[in-house]
Design a protein around this ligand. Sequence first.
Ligand SMILES: Cc1cc2nc3c(=O)[nH]c(=O)nc-3n(C[C@H](O)[C@H](O)[C@H](O)COP(=O)(O)OP(=O)(O)OC[C@H]3O[C@@H](n4cnc5c(N)ncnc54)[C@H](O)[C@@H]3O)c2cc1C
Length: 423
Amino acid sequence: MWKKGVKTDIYDVAVAGGGTAGVFAAIAAAAAGARTLLIEKNSVLGGTMTAGGVSYPGLFFAWGKQIIGGHCWEAVQRVAALGGAQIPEMTYKSEHHWQQQIRLDKLTLACVLDEMCREHQVCVWLHTSLASANETGSGVTLQLAGKDGLVSVQAKKVIDATGDAQLTRSLGYACDKSGRLQPATLFVRLDNIPDHVATANLAEQVHHAIREQRLPAWSTPGTILGTLSGRSLAFHVACAADSDTTAGRTRLEMDARREALQIVRFLRGLDGLQALHVAEFSLECGVRETNRIVGEYTITARDYISGRRFGDAVCNAFYPIDLHEPPYSIKQVFFEEGLYAQVPYRALVPRGSTHLLAAGRIISSDTDANSALRVQAPCMAEGQAAGCAAAIAASENQPVAAVDYHSLCQALERQGAIIPGEV
Ligand SMILES: Cc1cc2nc3c(=O)[nH]c(=O)nc-3n(C[C@H](O)[C@H](O)[C@H](O)COP(=O)(O)OP(=O)(O)OC[C@H]3O[C@@H](n4cnc5c(N)ncnc54)[C@H](O)[C@@H]3O)c2cc1C
């Protein structure tokens, strides 16, 4: 089908990034009848949910009612049917929002995402990175780097679900970035920790190890005790402004693993912990934020937390504003009782774009609104909305901004999504 670096196939829709939003964008586009390509740089689908180790999506329910459904809810159900999900009672109590998250086994989830893509005939290319992109009159040409070398493919409409807005930036559309980024987090699970560990002179040992640079400077006796009792490490690494570059992201990942090793070596030197070892660590740091698109509409914190209704709303969202401020504080703002937020379609449309949509944590939103919208359930629902919209725009050969809202709602409804205003 292809010769020397050029795929001759033309796709209706191509999705860059097979993570939280991208998988559901691709499934939705394919389910809406589009010939769909999904490219992912990792070996598994799921992005931050799988490779990043954050497999506890929130929040599908608000005030006891389901507000997000569709393909993502089906994925949760499939994981649950395989014994891989803990679904709590959905009786929301303000400030205990995290108890409403669903804990998923990430490997089961990755397999289920493969299965759903296969069933919907999404063409999935793993180990394939978006290198660059350019617009043609009739669509977008993507340059991809994969196991076959450099390859170009064409698509009528494309969706940026890279988490970093890499496709948007590559096509020259405007992006935004907060002045101070939230930290990234590496997850490490430890094994062979006895139930009782002597910690009499722990504080002294921790301070001594910090002075000798054998422990990260941010360590405290409290963080070390927390690691022992939780049998896991989940620690923040500063997410620098350049962590959307190869050099910056490499530094982030390697700094995190160096700090993890320092802590593991320190712990193994304590009495009774000589057998402690790493059982698992996530394959990459969970990155909370880098770039966001500048869309046809930018969701503000006030829009979000006041539950503003939009005439072009494509999905709901319900999570407090949750801005992690380094090193370990969190700014949180909760909804008043009964309120939840809506996401307008225009926040998925990069300003001035004809062929490009965005989904996931990169949608157009200010810093505080984004700290809430970035969570997984809305990312998945935005993915489904972007996928349906791209499929419609491709089949009708029209700009993404011109997609008829009622046709989009009908397509989403056919796919089981919960349309705002219905709840
Ligand atoms: C530490 C941490 C804790 C969190 N806690 C929670 C929580 O408790 N509950 C919750 O719901 N949410 C939580 N979140 C938020 C949530 O997990 C993320 O914001 C969300 O998963 C982002 O989804 P996404 O689709 O935008 O990006 P991702 O899921 O990261 O997907 C992006 C995908 O694009 C791929 N990609 C990137 N560049 C390229 C390229 N050039 N070519 C090909 N593929 C590419 C990546 O490999 C990845 O698979 C947390 C996030 C972090 C980091």
